[in-house]
Design a protein. Sequence first.
Lengths: 232, 294
Amino acid sequence: MLLKLNEVTSYYGKTPILKDVDLDVPKGSCVCVLGRNGVGKTTLVRTIMGLVDRMTGTISLAGEDLTDRRTDERAKQGIGYIPQGRQILGKFTVRENILLGGFARKSGGGDIPERCLELFPYLRENLGRRAGLLSGGQQQQLAIARALAVEPQILLLDEPTEGIQPNIVAEIGETLRMLNKDLGITMILTEQHIKVARKLGDLFVMMDNGRVVEQGPISELTDDVVHRHMTV
Amino acid sequence: MLDITFASSINALILGLSIASIFLVAALGLTIIYGTAGVINMAHGEFIMLGAYASFTMQNYLGVPFFLCIPLSFLVVAVIGLIIERSLIQYLYNRPLDTLLATWGVSLVLMQGVRLIFGSDPKYIQMPSFMSTNIAIGDVSISLFRVFVFAVAIALIGAVWWLFYRTDFGIKVRAVTQNKEMAASFGINSSRVYTMTFALGAGLAGIAGSLFGVLNIVLPTMGMGYVVEAFLMVVTGGGSLLGTIIASGVTGEAQSIFAFIFNDTFARFLVFILIVIFLRFRPQGLISAGGVRR
Protein backbone atom coordinates (compact mmCIF):
# COMPACT_ATOMS: atom_id res chain seq x y z
CA MET A 1 0.00 0.00 0.00
CA LEU A 2 1.26 3.47 -0.80
CA LEU A 3 -0.94 5.31 1.70
CA LYS A 4 -2.43 3.79 4.80
CA LEU A 5 -4.78 5.35 7.37
CA ASN A 6 -5.35 3.38 10.54
CA GLU A 7 -8.24 4.26 12.90
CA VAL A 8 -7.92 7.95 12.13
CA THR A 9 -10.13 10.36 14.06
CA SER A 10 -9.62 14.07 13.47
CA TYR A 11 -10.98 17.19 15.08
CA TYR A 12 -11.74 20.83 14.45
CA GLY A 13 -11.52 22.28 17.93
CA LYS A 14 -12.97 19.62 20.22
CA THR A 15 -15.43 18.29 17.66
CA PRO A 16 -14.52 15.02 15.94
CA ILE A 17 -15.28 15.26 12.22
CA LEU A 18 -13.62 12.11 10.97
CA LYS A 19 -14.26 8.99 13.04
CA ASP A 20 -12.16 5.80 13.09
CA VAL A 21 -11.32 5.87 9.40
CA ASP A 22 -9.29 3.03 7.92
CA LEU A 23 -8.12 3.48 4.36
CA ASP A 24 -5.69 1.62 2.12
CA VAL A 25 -4.58 3.24 -1.12
CA PRO A 26 -2.65 0.92 -3.47
CA LYS A 27 0.17 2.40 -5.53
CA GLY A 28 -1.00 3.60 -8.94
CA SER A 29 -4.67 3.49 -8.06
CA CYS A 30 -7.33 6.19 -8.09
CA VAL A 31 -9.53 6.12 -4.99
CA CYS A 32 -12.74 8.15 -5.21
CA VAL A 33 -14.12 9.44 -1.93
CA LEU A 34 -17.87 9.97 -2.20
CA GLY A 35 -20.69 11.15 -0.01
CA ARG A 36 -23.11 13.98 0.59
CA ASN A 37 -21.98 17.49 1.53
CA GLY A 38 -20.58 17.70 5.04
CA VAL A 39 -19.88 13.99 5.59
CA GLY A 40 -16.10 14.55 6.02
CA LYS A 41 -14.62 14.14 2.52
CA THR A 42 -12.67 17.39 2.65
CA THR A 43 -11.67 16.71 6.25
CA LEU A 44 -10.27 13.34 5.16
CA VAL A 45 -8.03 15.02 2.59
CA ARG A 46 -7.06 17.79 5.02
CA THR A 47 -6.24 15.20 7.67
CA ILE A 48 -3.86 13.42 5.30
CA MET A 49 -2.29 16.80 4.53
CA GLY A 50 -1.97 17.65 8.24
CA LEU A 51 -4.34 20.60 8.13
CA VAL A 52 -6.67 19.69 10.99
CA ASP A 53 -6.38 20.83 14.59
CA ARG A 54 -5.75 17.38 16.07
CA MET A 55 -5.93 13.73 15.12
CA THR A 56 -5.54 10.29 16.60
CA GLY A 57 -4.64 7.08 14.75
CA THR A 58 -1.78 6.74 12.25
CA ILE A 59 -1.05 7.76 8.67
CA SER A 60 1.81 6.31 6.64
CA LEU A 61 3.06 6.95 3.12
CA ALA A 62 5.25 4.34 1.43
CA GLY A 63 5.94 2.84 4.86
CA GLU A 64 6.99 6.22 6.33
CA ASP A 65 4.98 7.30 9.38
CA LEU A 66 3.54 10.79 8.75
CA THR A 67 1.37 11.01 11.85
CA ASP A 68 3.48 13.53 13.76
CA ARG A 69 4.83 15.38 10.74
CA ARG A 70 3.97 19.01 9.97
CA THR A 71 2.13 19.87 6.75
CA ASP A 72 5.27 21.12 4.99
CA GLU A 73 7.11 17.92 5.92
CA ARG A 74 4.24 15.79 4.56
CA ALA A 75 4.33 17.75 1.30
CA LYS A 76 8.05 17.04 1.04
CA GLN A 77 7.33 13.32 1.34
CA GLY A 78 5.64 13.66 -2.06
CA ILE A 79 2.02 14.61 -1.46
CA GLY A 80 0.57 16.94 -4.09
CA TYR A 81 -2.51 18.82 -2.93
CA ILE A 82 -5.27 20.36 -5.04
CA PRO A 83 -7.60 21.93 -2.49
CA GLN A 84 -11.28 22.65 -2.75
CA GLY A 85 -11.79 25.99 -4.47
CA ARG A 86 -8.28 25.65 -5.95
CA GLN A 87 -6.76 28.31 -3.66
CA ILE A 88 -4.24 29.49 -6.19
CA LEU A 89 -2.40 32.59 -4.99
CA GLY A 90 -4.18 35.33 -6.89
CA LYS A 91 -1.49 37.98 -6.44
CA PHE A 92 1.20 35.66 -7.77
CA THR A 93 1.92 35.21 -11.45
CA VAL A 94 1.22 31.84 -13.08
CA ARG A 95 4.98 31.18 -13.00
CA GLU A 96 5.28 31.95 -9.27
CA ASN A 97 2.31 29.70 -8.47
CA ILE A 98 3.96 26.76 -10.23
CA LEU A 99 7.34 27.54 -8.66
CA LEU A 100 5.61 27.35 -5.29
CA GLY A 101 4.94 23.65 -5.87
CA GLY A 102 8.63 23.06 -6.48
CA PHE A 103 9.56 23.95 -2.90
CA ALA A 104 8.16 20.59 -1.80
CA ARG A 105 10.60 18.70 -4.04
CA LYS A 106 13.67 17.07 -2.54
CA SER A 107 15.81 19.38 -4.72
CA GLY A 108 14.10 22.42 -3.18
CA GLY A 109 12.63 23.64 -6.46
CA GLY A 110 13.61 26.86 -8.20
CA ASP A 111 12.46 25.69 -11.62
CA ILE A 112 9.30 24.49 -13.38
CA PRO A 113 9.24 20.82 -14.45
CA GLU A 114 8.58 20.59 -18.19
CA ARG A 115 5.68 18.20 -17.62
CA CYS A 116 3.63 20.98 -15.95
CA LEU A 117 3.75 23.13 -19.05
CA GLU A 118 3.49 20.29 -21.58
CA LEU A 119 0.11 19.36 -20.16
CA PHE A 120 -1.21 22.91 -20.12
CA PRO A 121 0.00 24.97 -23.10
CA TYR A 122 -2.18 27.88 -21.99
CA LEU A 123 -0.10 28.22 -18.83
CA ARG A 124 3.14 28.18 -20.82
CA GLU A 125 1.86 31.10 -22.90
CA ASN A 126 0.74 33.05 -19.82
CA LEU A 127 3.52 32.51 -17.29
CA GLY A 128 3.73 36.22 -16.50
CA ARG A 129 -0.02 36.70 -16.05
CA ARG A 130 -1.50 37.37 -12.64
CA ALA A 131 -3.17 34.15 -11.53
CA GLY A 132 -6.17 35.95 -10.06
CA LEU A 133 -7.14 37.02 -13.58
CA LEU A 134 -7.51 33.46 -14.92
CA SER A 135 -10.90 31.82 -15.43
CA GLY A 136 -12.08 29.01 -13.13
CA GLY A 137 -10.99 26.29 -15.56
CA GLN A 138 -7.61 27.90 -16.13
CA GLN A 139 -7.12 28.26 -12.38
CA GLN A 140 -7.86 24.56 -11.99
CA GLN A 141 -5.23 23.78 -14.63
CA LEU A 142 -2.83 25.95 -12.64
CA ALA A 143 -3.72 24.16 -9.39
CA ILE A 144 -2.97 20.81 -11.06
CA ALA A 145 0.29 22.10 -12.56
CA ARG A 146 1.31 23.45 -9.14
CA ALA A 147 0.65 20.07 -7.52
CA LEU A 148 2.56 18.28 -10.30
CA ALA A 149 5.55 20.55 -9.66
CA VAL A 150 5.85 18.68 -6.34
CA GLU A 151 6.64 15.56 -8.44
CA PRO A 152 4.22 13.77 -6.15
CA GLN A 153 3.92 10.12 -5.18
CA ILE A 154 0.26 10.77 -4.54
CA LEU A 155 -2.17 13.53 -5.54
CA LEU A 156 -4.99 14.62 -3.25
CA LEU A 157 -7.76 16.24 -5.27
CA ASP A 158 -10.60 17.85 -3.38
CA GLU A 159 -13.59 18.28 -5.70
CA PRO A 160 -11.53 19.35 -8.72
CA THR A 161 -14.61 19.76 -10.93
CA GLU A 162 -16.56 21.94 -8.49
CA GLY A 163 -17.64 25.24 -10.02
CA ILE A 164 -16.16 24.43 -13.43
CA GLN A 165 -18.07 24.72 -16.75
CA PRO A 166 -19.35 21.32 -17.95
CA ASN A 167 -17.19 21.31 -21.12
CA ILE A 168 -14.07 22.01 -19.02
CA VAL A 169 -15.04 19.26 -16.53
CA ALA A 170 -14.55 16.67 -19.29
CA GLU A 171 -11.19 18.17 -20.20
CA ILE A 172 -9.98 18.13 -16.60
CA GLY A 173 -11.32 14.58 -16.19
CA GLU A 174 -9.28 13.50 -19.22
CA THR A 175 -6.11 15.15 -17.84
CA LEU A 176 -6.55 13.39 -14.49
CA ARG A 177 -7.17 10.06 -16.23
CA MET A 178 -3.94 10.50 -18.16
CA LEU A 179 -1.97 11.40 -15.01
CA ASN A 180 -3.27 8.30 -13.25
CA LYS A 181 -3.36 5.71 -16.00
CA ASP A 182 -0.47 6.82 -18.22
CA LEU A 183 1.92 8.37 -15.71
CA GLY A 184 0.95 6.08 -12.83
CA ILE A 185 0.37 8.84 -10.26
CA THR A 186 -1.70 7.56 -7.33
CA MET A 187 -4.75 9.68 -6.55
CA ILE A 188 -7.34 10.28 -3.90
CA LEU A 189 -10.24 12.17 -5.42
CA THR A 190 -13.23 13.54 -3.57
CA GLU A 191 -16.14 13.99 -5.97
CA GLN A 192 -19.81 14.81 -6.21
CA HIS A 193 -20.01 13.91 -9.91
CA ILE A 194 -20.65 10.15 -10.03
CA LYS A 195 -19.89 10.10 -13.77
CA VAL A 196 -16.40 11.51 -13.17
CA ALA A 197 -15.83 9.07 -10.28
CA ARG A 198 -16.86 6.08 -12.39
CA LYS A 199 -14.65 7.20 -15.25
CA LEU A 200 -11.51 7.80 -13.17
CA GLY A 201 -11.80 5.59 -10.11
CA ASP A 202 -10.40 2.13 -9.49
CA LEU A 203 -11.78 2.03 -5.95
CA PHE A 204 -14.46 3.96 -4.11
CA VAL A 205 -14.93 4.96 -0.51
CA MET A 206 -18.43 6.03 0.58
CA MET A 207 -18.57 8.28 3.64
CA ASP A 208 -21.40 9.22 5.93
CA ASN A 209 -21.27 11.23 9.15
CA GLY A 210 -17.46 11.12 9.29
CA ARG A 211 -17.21 7.36 8.86
CA VAL A 212 -16.40 5.09 5.94
CA VAL A 213 -19.65 3.19 5.41
CA GLU A 214 -18.85 1.28 2.22
CA GLN A 215 -15.79 0.71 0.06
CA GLY A 216 -14.68 -1.51 -2.77
CA PRO A 217 -13.84 -1.66 -6.48
CA ILE A 218 -15.53 1.04 -8.53
CA SER A 219 -17.51 -1.69 -10.36
CA GLU A 220 -19.37 -2.21 -7.08
CA LEU A 221 -20.49 1.43 -6.99
CA THR A 222 -24.01 0.57 -8.06
CA ASP A 223 -26.90 2.99 -8.43
CA ASP A 224 -28.34 1.43 -5.32
CA VAL A 225 -25.23 2.38 -3.28
CA VAL A 226 -25.34 5.88 -4.72
CA HIS A 227 -29.03 6.31 -3.88
CA ARG A 228 -28.57 4.95 -0.41
CA HIS A 229 -25.77 7.32 0.56
CA MET A 230 -25.84 10.30 -1.75
CA THR A 231 -29.44 11.29 -2.39
CA VAL A 232 -30.76 13.91 -0.02
CA MET B 1 5.81 87.92 5.77
CA LEU B 2 6.66 84.60 4.14
CA ASP B 3 9.27 84.98 1.45
CA ILE B 4 8.78 82.17 -1.06
CA THR B 5 11.41 82.08 -3.75
CA PHE B 6 12.11 79.34 -6.25
CA ALA B 7 15.35 78.47 -4.48
CA SER B 8 13.72 78.27 -1.05
CA SER B 9 10.94 76.06 -2.44
CA ILE B 10 13.46 73.70 -4.00
CA ASN B 11 15.38 73.76 -0.72
CA ALA B 12 12.24 72.68 1.14
CA LEU B 13 11.59 69.88 -1.36
CA ILE B 14 15.15 68.56 -1.10
CA LEU B 15 15.03 68.74 2.68
CA GLY B 16 11.71 66.87 2.42
CA LEU B 17 13.44 64.08 0.51
CA SER B 18 16.05 63.89 3.23
CA ILE B 19 13.37 63.65 5.95
CA ALA B 20 11.49 61.07 3.86
CA SER B 21 14.60 58.92 3.52
CA ILE B 22 15.08 58.96 7.32
CA PHE B 23 11.43 57.97 7.83
CA LEU B 24 11.79 55.22 5.27
CA VAL B 25 15.02 53.78 6.65
CA ALA B 26 13.44 53.80 10.13
CA ALA B 27 10.22 52.13 8.93
CA LEU B 28 11.53 49.57 6.43
CA GLY B 29 12.32 46.80 8.92
CA LEU B 30 9.08 47.38 10.79
CA THR B 31 7.12 47.15 7.53
CA ILE B 32 8.65 43.81 6.66
CA ILE B 33 7.96 42.31 10.09
CA TYR B 34 4.42 43.68 10.29
CA GLY B 35 3.54 43.01 6.64
CA THR B 36 4.73 39.41 6.76
CA ALA B 37 4.07 38.12 10.25
CA GLY B 38 1.54 40.68 11.48
CA VAL B 39 3.74 41.38 14.50
CA ILE B 40 3.55 44.90 15.92
CA ASN B 41 7.12 45.08 17.10
CA MET B 42 7.31 47.63 19.91
CA ALA B 43 11.04 46.89 20.24
CA HIS B 44 11.79 48.23 16.77
CA GLY B 45 13.10 51.52 18.14
CA GLU B 46 15.45 49.60 20.40
CA PHE B 47 16.70 47.57 17.43
CA ILE B 48 17.58 50.93 15.86
CA MET B 49 19.32 51.91 19.11
CA LEU B 50 21.25 48.59 19.13
CA GLY B 51 22.41 49.29 15.57
CA ALA B 52 23.76 52.65 16.72
CA TYR B 53 25.56 51.12 19.71
CA ALA B 54 26.91 48.29 17.56
CA SER B 55 28.42 50.85 15.17
CA PHE B 56 29.73 52.95 18.06
CA THR B 57 31.38 49.91 19.65
CA MET B 58 32.93 48.64 16.44
CA GLN B 59 34.20 52.06 15.48
CA ASN B 60 35.58 53.08 18.89
CA TYR B 61 36.83 49.82 20.32
CA LEU B 62 37.71 47.78 17.23
CA GLY B 63 38.65 50.56 14.83
CA VAL B 64 36.23 49.38 12.15
CA PRO B 65 35.71 52.00 9.39
CA PHE B 66 32.26 53.61 9.43
CA PHE B 67 31.19 52.22 6.04
CA LEU B 68 31.95 48.71 7.25
CA CYS B 69 30.09 49.37 10.52
CA ILE B 70 26.82 49.70 8.55
CA PRO B 71 26.63 46.11 7.18
CA LEU B 72 28.14 44.73 10.37
CA SER B 73 25.45 46.49 12.42
CA PHE B 74 22.91 44.81 10.14
CA LEU B 75 24.39 41.42 11.01
CA VAL B 76 24.68 42.09 14.76
CA VAL B 77 21.08 43.29 15.14
CA ALA B 78 19.76 40.58 12.78
CA VAL B 79 21.31 37.92 15.04
CA ILE B 80 19.82 39.60 18.13
CA GLY B 81 16.43 39.72 16.33
CA LEU B 82 16.75 36.06 15.41
CA ILE B 83 17.46 35.07 19.02
CA ILE B 84 14.50 37.12 20.30
CA GLU B 85 12.17 35.61 17.67
CA ARG B 86 13.24 32.05 18.45
CA SER B 87 13.13 32.48 22.21
CA LEU B 88 9.95 34.56 22.53
CA ILE B 89 8.06 35.86 19.49
CA GLN B 90 7.55 32.47 17.81
CA TYR B 91 5.24 31.45 20.66
CA LEU B 92 3.05 34.52 20.26
CA TYR B 93 2.04 34.59 16.58
CA ASN B 94 -1.71 35.09 16.12
CA ARG B 95 -1.84 36.71 19.58
CA PRO B 96 -1.42 40.39 18.68
CA LEU B 97 -2.04 41.80 22.16
CA ASP B 98 0.46 39.42 23.76
CA THR B 99 3.01 40.21 21.05
CA LEU B 100 2.52 43.91 21.65
CA LEU B 101 3.15 43.55 25.38
CA ALA B 102 6.01 41.09 24.95
CA THR B 103 7.88 43.27 22.44
CA TRP B 104 7.33 46.28 24.69
CA GLY B 105 8.90 44.27 27.51
CA VAL B 106 11.79 43.38 25.20
CA SER B 107 12.26 47.07 24.40
CA LEU B 108 12.58 47.90 28.11
CA VAL B 109 15.05 45.06 28.68
CA LEU B 110 17.18 46.15 25.72
CA MET B 111 17.12 49.79 26.80
CA GLN B 112 18.09 49.01 30.40
CA GLY B 113 20.65 46.43 29.28
CA VAL B 114 22.41 49.00 27.09
CA ARG B 115 22.22 51.57 29.91
CA LEU B 116 23.93 49.08 32.25
CA ILE B 117 26.70 48.33 29.76
CA PHE B 118 27.34 51.75 28.22
CA GLY B 119 25.86 54.15 30.80
CA SER B 120 23.45 56.98 30.12
CA ASP B 121 25.89 59.52 28.75
CA PRO B 122 25.70 60.24 25.03
CA LYS B 123 28.00 58.51 22.57
CA TYR B 124 29.02 59.67 19.14
CA ILE B 125 29.62 57.88 15.88
CA GLN B 126 32.16 59.66 13.71
CA MET B 127 31.41 59.89 10.03
CA PRO B 128 34.31 60.01 7.56
CA SER B 129 35.58 63.59 7.38
CA PHE B 130 34.69 64.05 3.70
CA MET B 131 31.04 63.34 4.61
CA SER B 132 30.87 66.39 6.86
CA THR B 133 31.04 68.75 3.90
CA ASN B 134 28.01 70.29 2.25
CA ILE B 135 27.23 70.01 -1.42
CA ALA B 136 25.43 72.63 -3.47
CA ILE B 137 22.54 71.72 -5.76
CA GLY B 138 21.78 75.00 -7.52
CA ASP B 139 21.13 77.50 -4.73
CA VAL B 140 20.51 74.71 -2.24
CA SER B 141 23.15 73.46 0.15
CA ILE B 142 22.80 70.07 1.81
CA SER B 143 25.11 67.91 3.89
CA LEU B 144 26.78 65.10 2.00
CA PHE B 145 25.84 62.67 4.78
CA ARG B 146 22.12 63.39 4.24
CA VAL B 147 22.62 62.65 0.54
CA PHE B 148 24.31 59.43 1.60
CA VAL B 149 21.32 58.51 3.81
CA PHE B 150 19.03 59.16 0.84
CA ALA B 151 21.21 56.90 -1.36
CA VAL B 152 21.16 54.17 1.30
CA ALA B 153 17.34 54.41 1.46
CA ILE B 154 17.12 53.96 -2.33
CA ALA B 155 19.60 51.07 -2.21
CA LEU B 156 17.65 49.38 0.60
CA ILE B 157 14.38 49.68 -1.33
CA GLY B 158 16.09 48.09 -4.34
CA ALA B 159 17.60 45.31 -2.23
CA VAL B 160 14.35 44.51 -0.44
CA TRP B 161 12.38 44.58 -3.70
CA TRP B 162 14.91 42.22 -5.32
CA LEU B 163 14.80 39.91 -2.32
CA PHE B 164 11.00 39.79 -2.24
CA TYR B 165 10.26 39.66 -5.97
CA ARG B 166 13.29 38.00 -7.54
CA THR B 167 14.33 35.23 -5.18
CA ASP B 168 12.91 31.93 -3.90
CA PHE B 169 13.00 33.39 -0.39
CA GLY B 170 10.75 36.23 -1.58
CA ILE B 171 8.25 33.80 -3.10
CA LYS B 172 8.16 31.89 0.19
CA VAL B 173 7.64 35.05 2.25
CA ARG B 174 4.86 36.32 -0.02
CA ALA B 175 3.22 32.89 -0.15
CA VAL B 176 3.14 32.69 3.67
CA THR B 177 1.70 36.21 3.80
CA GLN B 178 -1.04 35.42 1.27
CA ASN B 179 -2.03 31.97 2.44
CA LYS B 180 -0.07 30.27 5.20
CA GLU B 181 -1.94 26.98 4.83
CA MET B 182 -1.26 26.72 1.11
CA ALA B 183 2.37 27.68 1.62
CA ALA B 184 2.75 24.83 4.12
CA SER B 185 0.98 22.46 1.70
CA PHE B 186 3.80 23.10 -0.75
CA GLY B 187 6.68 22.47 1.61
CA ILE B 188 7.23 25.93 3.07
CA ASN B 189 8.05 26.01 6.77
CA SER B 190 6.26 29.21 7.78
CA SER B 191 7.95 29.24 11.17
CA ARG B 192 11.35 29.44 9.49
CA VAL B 193 10.10 32.14 7.11
CA TYR B 194 8.89 34.23 10.06
CA THR B 195 12.23 33.81 11.83
CA MET B 196 14.22 34.90 8.79
CA THR B 197 11.86 37.81 8.15
CA PHE B 198 12.06 38.99 11.75
CA ALA B 199 15.85 38.82 11.61
CA LEU B 200 15.84 40.73 8.32
CA GLY B 201 13.58 43.43 9.76
CA ALA B 202 15.77 43.71 12.86
CA GLY B 203 18.90 43.91 10.68
CA LEU B 204 17.40 46.75 8.64
CA ALA B 205 16.70 48.58 11.90
CA GLY B 206 20.38 48.03 12.70
CA ILE B 207 21.36 49.84 9.49
CA ALA B 208 18.99 52.66 10.43
CA GLY B 209 20.66 52.91 13.85
CA SER B 210 24.09 53.06 12.29
CA LEU B 211 23.00 56.04 10.16
CA PHE B 212 20.93 57.80 12.81
CA GLY B 213 23.78 57.53 15.29
CA VAL B 214 25.67 59.93 13.04
CA LEU B 215 22.74 62.30 12.53
CA ASN B 216 22.04 62.44 16.27
CA ILE B 217 23.70 61.46 19.52
CA VAL B 218 23.62 57.82 20.59
CA LEU B 219 21.57 57.23 23.73
CA PRO B 220 19.76 54.21 25.23
CA THR B 221 16.47 56.07 24.70
CA MET B 222 17.14 57.18 21.11
CA GLY B 223 14.88 54.48 19.63
CA MET B 224 11.74 55.98 21.13
CA GLY B 225 12.09 59.05 18.96
CA TYR B 226 12.15 57.03 15.76
CA VAL B 227 9.67 54.30 16.54
CA VAL B 228 6.65 56.63 16.59
CA GLU B 229 7.42 57.92 13.13
CA ALA B 230 8.23 54.42 11.89
CA PHE B 231 4.85 53.16 13.11
CA LEU B 232 3.09 56.10 11.51
CA MET B 233 4.69 55.32 8.16
CA VAL B 234 3.79 51.62 8.39
CA VAL B 235 0.19 52.24 9.47
CA THR B 236 -0.34 55.04 6.94
CA GLY B 237 1.24 52.92 4.22
CA GLY B 238 -0.99 49.95 5.07
CA GLY B 239 1.84 47.55 5.96
CA SER B 240 3.03 47.09 2.39
CA LEU B 241 6.47 48.03 1.09
CA LEU B 242 5.09 50.34 -1.59
CA GLY B 243 2.68 51.91 0.90
CA THR B 244 5.51 52.69 3.31
CA ILE B 245 7.61 54.21 0.52
CA ILE B 246 4.74 56.50 -0.54
CA ALA B 247 3.80 57.36 3.05
CA SER B 248 7.41 58.24 3.87
CA GLY B 249 7.77 60.35 0.72
CA VAL B 250 4.52 62.28 1.19
CA THR B 251 4.97 62.75 4.95
CA GLY B 252 8.59 63.83 4.61
CA GLU B 253 7.74 66.40 1.97
CA ALA B 254 4.68 67.60 3.88
CA GLN B 255 6.70 68.08 7.05
CA SER B 256 9.40 69.97 5.20
CA ILE B 257 6.91 72.26 3.42
CA PHE B 258 4.94 72.96 6.60
CA ALA B 259 8.20 73.66 8.46
CA PHE B 260 9.15 76.08 5.70
CA ILE B 261 5.78 77.87 5.92
CA PHE B 262 5.32 77.73 9.71
CA ASN B 263 7.94 76.14 11.96
CA ASP B 264 9.27 72.67 12.71
CA THR B 265 7.14 71.97 15.80
CA PHE B 266 3.92 73.09 14.16
CA ALA B 267 4.84 71.10 11.02
CA ARG B 268 5.06 67.88 13.04
CA PHE B 269 1.78 68.65 14.78
CA LEU B 270 0.08 69.32 11.45
CA VAL B 271 1.44 66.15 9.86
CA PHE B 272 0.24 64.02 12.79
CA ILE B 273 -3.22 65.61 12.59
CA LEU B 274 -3.42 64.96 8.84
CA ILE B 275 -2.39 61.33 9.34
CA VAL B 276 -5.08 60.85 12.00
CA ILE B 277 -7.70 62.34 9.66
CA PHE B 278 -6.46 60.16 6.80
CA LEU B 279 -6.67 57.01 8.93
CA ARG B 280 -10.16 58.00 10.09
CA PHE B 281 -11.35 57.67 6.49
CA ARG B 282 -8.96 54.94 5.33
CA PRO B 283 -8.04 52.79 8.34
CA GLN B 284 -6.48 50.10 6.14
CA GLY B 285 -3.82 52.61 5.03
CA LEU B 286 -2.68 53.52 1.54
CA ILE B 287 -1.89 50.09 0.12
CA SER B 288 -2.85 47.17 2.31
CA ALA B 289 -0.29 44.39 2.74
CA GLY B 290 -3.29 42.26 1.81
CA GLY B 291 -3.15 38.52 2.03
CA VAL B 292 -5.26 36.30 4.13
CA ARG B 293 -3.46 35.47 7.33
CA ARG B 294 -4.64 32.05 8.41
